[in-house]
Ligand binder design. Sequence first.
Ligand SMILES: Cc1ncc(COP(=O)(O)O)c(C=O)c1O
Length: 342
Amino acid sequence: MKYLTPGPVHLPEAVIQATARQPHFHRTEEFKKVLRDVVDKLSKVAYGTPIIAPGTGTFAVDMMVYNYVNPNENVVVPVYGEFGERLAESIESRGANVYKIRWSIGDVPPPDEVEDLCRKIRNVKAIAVVHNETSTGVTNRYIEKMQSIADSVGAVLLIDSVSALPAEPIRSKVDVIATASQKAFLAIPGAAILFISREPRSNYPIPPSMNLHKYLKMLPRSETPYTPPVNVIYGLSASLDHILSIGVERYHEMHRERAEILYRDIKLEPVPKKHYIRSYTVTAFHTDKSKEIISELRRYGYVIAGGMGEIRDRSIRIGVMGDITADDLNKVVEVVNRVVDR
Ligand SMILES: Cc1ncc(COP(=O)(O)O)c(C=O)c1O
């Protein structure tokens, strides 16, 4: 089976080989060297200090929220799909006051809307944004603009880039990014990754497993406070070598080209309403035949995903991350169109 999914994605063989080994004891010099090397490589794909913790994307998002948001603070969250709802849920669980800007499925609110709400509410301490809304295949390409809005209202910017980085880069410094190993980073699930460009600001208690101060204290020694996801880190080392050998810009272009094949050739309406916000990591299309398409593709050896949230049974999602080829994409197009034409 080949996985054209929103993640975990189809891994390069070298990553699987690197992962499948006896783990080091994490306090040894051998492992510290591996961790140092992976942190150095992560520094080449995004701005900020990289932090690796055991967990998936949800943990990375919670860790970001708990370290940067205090109970009772005002937080603005644009919501345009399931992962925006989950981001808001995480912030609510911290006891903060969440102000959602709900936007229609397949679109993102223009930055002006976010700025207006921040000015109306006043005393906004954080703006939290999903970079790539995996449930609808929509990318928010206003991240840099969001940072200037956050700066102008004195808020911290929190980005969930779980299904975007490093295939969809963030080209300038943003306060905090949360992501994970199993999507465009091309490794197995298990590493929650943060890129931080701003000191953690929460002054309320934080569970030790997600307390960034503990991680930052150990980082200069290339250690983590608790056992890190050792084998995921071996895989990440190999996948980052692969990504860096391609180059971050080319890696982005490569995903754009892959996604364009699907947007151009599949005879279904993309969920994103505008070209500018079409995701280059996870494509999404409206269809009433999602079940038939998914099972027909399985017969040809391809796994794709159904819809989520409001359009759960009325859409499909096809990921273009991972070790896939143009031939795979063309085959997927052919099979999807055959079911559509039936
Ligand atoms: C945008 C986004 N945020 C958060 C998550 C949650 O990540 P995980 O399922 O790895 O916990 C996902 C997972 O698909 C995601 O796509």
